[in-house]
Write a protein that binds this ligand. Structure first.
Ligand code: FAD
Length: 477
C-alpha cells in the first residue's frame, strides 16, 4: 500500500490547476481530499446564504471529481485545528498538504494545525495557489509591500506568469477499513442548506463547480472580454465575467484564467480589444493587490487604515441603515442596486461603489456596517476584496487621492443613461420618465402614489456635512 497524503482544501475547490494537490500527486498516487465545515465560520455573523449555497454546491462537484479519478473528498463538520491532526493520525497519513491563505483567521488556524501535526510527527507542506504572484513576490525597490495600486500593477504586470499545473487523472483512495474509521469520526455527506438551518431560494448568479466556472470563463473570453473596457461600468449591460465567487473559492485556477486571457490576446489584432483584455487583467491585479495588503497589514481587517478615521464622528442612524439595507432610501439607483444584492447575492461593481459612497458620505454611517452587510449577503463575499472596496469607498484606505463623493444622480445619468437597470430592479417606478428615475426628481405625491419612499437625506447637505467633519478630523490629527 503506497503512502497516504491528505490534501486539505479551503479556497481551492477543484482538482485541476491546483498547485498543492499536484505536488501531493507527484509524491504518491494515494491522495485523499478533506474539507472541514468550520463551526467558527458557520456560526459567525458574516455568513451569506447565497455564498454558503454556492460553497456546498462546489463541495459536491469537488467530491464527484475526486470520485471520478478514484479517490474521495472527506467532508467533516468540525474545527480543523483539532480535526485535521486527528484525521491524519487516525489514517496514519504520511503528510498533510494545503495551499496558503492570506486572511488573519486562516493564517492563525494554519499555524495551529501545523504545530499540532508536527508534534505528532506528521509532515506538512504548504504552497501558494490562489494568486498569480504570492505575497512577497511583488515588492517596491526598497523591498517593502506596496500601499498604492498603480505602482503595484506596473510591477505585477511585468512579472512572468506561471502556466497551469498538471491535471490529476488517476488517484487511489482509502481502504475499506480506513473508510470505516473516518465514518466513525463523523464523516458526513455534503449537507444541504436546510440541514445547516440556512435558506436561499433564489437562483445563483453562477452555477457551482469547475465545469460551470470554466464555461463562464470561455463564454466571457469569447464574447465580452474584447468590449470589457467599454461595457464594464454599465450595470444594465452583461459586460463583466461574474467569476468573482469562483475566484474567491478557487473553483477555477488563476493560472488557467490567465492563460485564457493570453489566448484571447493572441486571437485578436485589434488594439481596442487588447486594451480591454488588459483592463480585465487590471481587475485581477486589484484582487491580488488587496490580498497582498491584507497579508502584510492584517490590521486592515479590524478598522480604517487612515488615522483620521479612527474616531470619525459617524451618525450611525439605525433607521437609515435599515432603509439602505432594504433598498428604501428614496434614491432610485441606490435602491435598485440594493435590491439586486438582496435578490441575487451579487451586485455590479459600479453599483457597489455607488451604494458604499452613499452609506458613508450621504448617510454618514461607519463603512464597517456596510462591509458586514455585504459579507452577510454577497455570494462572492471575500474579506480582502470587500474590505479593500469599502476602505476605498469610505476614503479610509490605502489611496493617494482619498476624498471622493459620488453624486447618485450623476452616477445614474452617466452609467445607466436609459434607466434600464433602475427600471428592472424597481418595476414599481417603471411608469416614470427616464430623467425622473435618474435624478430622483419626482414629486412627494407621486412617490406616495407609487408606494416609493421619500429621500431619507438630502445629498447636497450631507455631502457638505461629511466634508466638514472630514476636514475637522484631519486638522485634529
Ligand atoms: P469582473 O469585472 O469580471 O472582474 C474579474 C475579477 O477580478 C472579479 O471576479 C474579481 O475577482 C476581481 N475584481 C474585479 N474588481 C475588483 C476589485 N475592485 N477589487 C478586487 N477584486 C476585483 N469583490 C469580490 O470578489 N468580493 C467582495 O466581497 C467584493 N466586495 C466589494 C465591495 C465594494 C464596496 C466594492 C466597491 C467592490 C467589491 N468587490 C468585491 C470588487 C468587485 O466589485 C467585484 O469583484 C466584481 O464586481 C465581481 O464581478 P465580476 O466577477 O463580474 O468582475
Amino acid at each position: 500500500m503506497s503512502e497516504l497524503i491528505l490534501f486539505w482544501h479551503r479556497r481551492d475547490l477543484r482538482i485541476n490547476d491546483n498547485v498543492g494537490l499536484s505536488q501531493a500527486y507527484q509524491q504518491t498516487s494515494r491522495v485523499v481530499g478533506v474539507f472541514c465545515l468550520d463551526p467558527y465560520i458557520l456560526e459567525s455573523d458574516q455568513i451569506a446564504p447565497a455564498r454558503v449555497k454556492y460553497l456546498l454546491g462546489c463541495l459536491e462537484r469537488l467530491q464527484e471529481s475526486y470520485q471520478r479519478v478514484g479517490s474521495d473528498l472527506l467532508v467533516l463538520q468540525a474545527d480543523p485545528v483539532t480535526m485535521i491532526p486527528h484525521l491524519a493520525l487516525t489514517l496514519n497519513a504520511q503528510a498533510v498538504f494545503w495551499n496558503q491563505d492570506v486572511e488573519p483567521y486562516g493564517m492563525k488556524r494554519d499555524r495551529a494545525v501545523t504545530t499540532s501535526l508536527q508534534e505528532q510527527g506528521i509532515k506538512t507542506q504548504t504552497f501558494w495557489d490562489q494568486l498569480l504572484h504570492a505575497p512577497g513576490e511583488i515588492l517596491t525597490k526598497g523591498e517593502a509591500p506596496y500601499k498604492v495600486y498603480t505602482p503595484f500593477w506596473k510591477n505585477w504586470q511585468q512579472q512572468e506568469k506561471a502556466q497551469p499545473v498538471g491535471n490529476i487523472t488517476q488517484l487511489s483512495g482509502l481502504t475499506f477499513q480506513e473508510q470505516e474509521k473516518v465514518n466513525q469520526m463523523g464523516r458526513i455527506a455534503v449537507p444541504t442548506l436546510a440541514e445547516l438551518g440556512i435558506t436561499w431560494e433564489n437562483e445563483l448568479p453562477l452555477e457551482p463547480g469547475y465545469v460551470a466556472a470554466k464555461a463562464k470563463l470561455e463564454q466571457f473570453s469569447d464574447r465580452a472580454i474584447a468590449d470589457y473596457d467599454q461595457n464594464r461600468n454599465y450595470p444594465a449591460v452583461d459586460g463583466t465575467s461574474i467569476l468573482s465567487a469562483a475566484l474567491k473559492f478557487g473553483v477555477i485556477g488563476i493560472r488557467e484564467v490567465w492563460e485564457t486571457t493570453e489566448l484571447a490576446w493572441e486571437n485578436t489584432r485589434s488594439d481596442e480589444a487588447r486594451h480591454s483584455i488588459q483592463a480585465w487583467r487590471q481587475e485581477l491585479a486589484w484582487r491580488e493587490f488587496y490580498q497582498h495588503a491584507l497579508y502584510f497589514f492584517p490590521e486592515l481587517a479590524d478598522g480604517p487604515y487612515r488615522r483620521e478615521f479612527q474616531n470619525f464622528p459617524w451618525d450611525n442612524n439605525q433607521q437609515h441603515f435599515q432603509a439602505w439595507c432594504e433598498g428604501k432610501t428614496g434614491y432610485p439607483i441606490v435602491d435598485a442596486a440594493m435590491r439586486q444584492l438582496n435578490i441575487t447575492g451579487w451586485m455590479h461593481n459600479r453599483c457597489r461603489m455607488i451604494v458604499a459612497s452613499f452609506l458613508t458620505k450621504d448617510l454618514i454611517i461607519n463603512w464597517q456596517w456596510g462591509e458586514r452587510y455585504f459579507m452577510q449577503t454577497l455570494f462572492d463575499g471575500d474579506l480582502a476584496a470587500n474590505n479593500g472596496g469599502w476602505q476605498w469607498s469610505a476614503s479610509s484606505g490605502m489611496d493617494p487621492k482619498p476624498l471622493r463623493i459620488f453624486n447618485p444622480a450623476s452616477q445614474a445619468q452617466k452609467f445607466d443613461p436609459d434607466a434600464e437597470y433602475i427600471r428592472y430592479w424597481l418595476p414599481e417606478l417603471s411608469s416614470l420618465e427616464t430623467e425622473e428615475l435618474l435624478t430622483g426628481n419626482f414629486s412627494p405625491l407621486e412617490r406616495e402614489s407609487l408606494d416609493y419612499p421619500q429621500p431619507i437625506v438630502d445629498h447636497k447637505q450631507q455631502q457638505r456635512e461629511f466634508k466638514r467633519r472630514y476636514q475637522e478630523q484631519k486638522e485634529r490629527d
